[in-house]
Design a protein around this ligand. Structure first.
Ligand code: SF4
Length: 443
């Protein structure tokens, strides 16, 4: 059966497809660097699914952010429409997939506590999930369909994950602290250039002064005075520190905190009081457990008075990546901006299949002018309103100066949405959304 979901390959798509398929057959990691817009996702997915059907190997496709789930889901939906029978599942964060819109406004840990409570008391109408077949067109329709079927999309996906032939998820389910069992699976890592950064973020521990203050007050209020005193010492340490701090000092303050009993008791008492059972002591426990574990961290205190935050970053994201991928059958790394050799060296990959298509291979050199603007960035932690405004102003200038049509590409739908608010352009224009494109009615 022909799996490729379009009439024919675009330039370089066949090369991408063949490189991936060859790497999988030869059981060598595959590194693909190819510019955005080339159609990598469809080519990689087709090659991998062909391999899946030939060899009955399961596949896990991971993307960094929830918005980035849409392209592989869209391509998979088209492949499935060709009559391919494939047990698949899509998963992102529990809160994103929750059917109760009112719970989406809570802080994540508060949300988790509320969800746990609703499940335990049998008060979530969507739990346990039902055995239904969810059609796949986009992530949002998938989630809506499951909610309409009274089946919690997250729990549904979680249950099906280990047996599914194809899982599409965010990085968390491969590189997070409680990652899925990936043994003997092929893992496709999209946006691989951001892997080290993303893994560092996923394993960082963040504890704010505000959280610690609330943890201290709760420990005191519910009678855990020893633990309250220790938390207060940690709070004082953070208040007095700035910049890099010695991890040993943090360990000295947090290592002997005995929190299990306090957390259990406070959660129980809050449940009886009919308030959200979440307690920030859970965050303190997370810090303590991280410091007691095998990982080595770099610690710093960020921010100003009364709004300081202690952050622990893992020192060796490479070790974390290798640990997460231990036992997998093969890995396909794809990106539009992957420095292939440096990346391979960082992961100590020696025998691999690579395809490195530069932008000038894809678009003739005389057709473009590269401008690197160091005054703007789309780095996750710097995505502020001011930055969106700055990007919009520069983009408007570039668009107004360009004589022909313009294609502006953003790293994610979130960034596009942020910039779009400020973008003032007079030529007819159209924004691609995460939903299916209505090509006939473009302006
Ligand atoms: S079980 Fe699912 S639907 Fe119910 S509260 Fe939890 S996440 Fe939401």
């Amino acid at each position: 059966m022909e799996l490729f979901p379009y009439r024919g390959f675009r330039p370089f798509q066949k090369e991408v497809h063949d490189a991936v398929y060859r790497g999988l057959l030869e059981e060598k990691p595959v590194l693909i660097n190819a510019p955005t817009g080339l159609g990598k996702t469809a080519a990689v997915l087709t090659a991998t699914l062909r391999y899946l059907l030939d060899t009955e190997t399961s596949v896990h496709y991971v993307v960094r952010t929830r918005a980035e789930l849409e392209p592989p889901v869209r391509e998979l939906s088209k492949i499935l429409n060709r009559g391919v029978d494939l047990d698949h599942v899509v998963i992102k964060s529990r809160q994103d997939m929750c059917c109760h819109s009112s719970l989406k406004k809570l802080d994540y840990l508060e949300f988790l506590a509320e969800c746990r409570l609703l499940k335990r008391m049998g008060r979530c109408a969507y739990y346990p999930p039902r055995e239904v077949q969810a059609p796949l067109m986009s992530v949002s329709t998938y989630v809506k369909f499951l909610c309409a079927s009274q089946s919690c999309p997250y729990e549904y996906a979680r249950q099906k994950m280990s047996g599914a032939q194809l899982v599409i998820s965010t990085y968390y389910y491969v590189f997070g602290r409680e990652h899925a069992d990936l043994r003997d699976r092929v893992v496709i890592i999209d946006e691989a250039h951001s892997l080290f950064d993303a893994v560092t973020q996923l394993h960082s521990i963040v504890l704010s002064e505000g959280d610690l203050r609330t943890a201290y007050k709760e420990a005191k209020k519910y009678g855990f005075l020893d633990e309250a005193a220790k938390i207060y010492r940690l709070l004082t340490f953070i208040k007095r520190s700035a910049g890099a701090v010695d991890v040993g000092d943090v360990l000295g303050l947090a290592a002997d905190l005995d929190l299990e009993n306090a957390i259990w008791e406070i959660t129980k008492r809050k449940t009886e009081e009919k308030v959200n059972p979440y307690t920030p002591l859970l965050l303190v426990k997370e810090l303590r457990d991280a410091l007691r574990g095998r990982l080595r961290y770099y610690a710093e205190v960020r921010g100003e008075n009364l709004a300081k935050t202690l952050v622990l970053y893992p020192l060796d994201p490479t070790a974390l990546i290798k640990e997460s991928l231990r036992g997998v059958k093969n890995v396909v790394y794809i990106s539009g901006t992957l420095p292939v050799s440096i990346f391979a060296e960082s992961l100590a990959l020696s025998d691999f299949v690579k395809l490195d298509i530069s932008f000038s291979d894809f678009i003739p050199r005389h057709n473009y002018l590269s401008i690197i603007d160091v005054g703007v960035t789309t780095k996750f932690e710097e995505r502020t309103e001011e930055m969106h405004l700055r990007i919009a102003e520069r983009l408007a200038t570039a668009i107004n100066l360009s004589p022909g049509g313009v294609l502006a590409m953003f790293p994610s739908y979130d960034v596009m949405k942020g910039v779009r608010k400020y973008l003032k352009i007079s030529i007819p224009h159209w924004y691609e959304g995460p939903q299916e494109v209505d090509w006939e009615n473009l302006p």
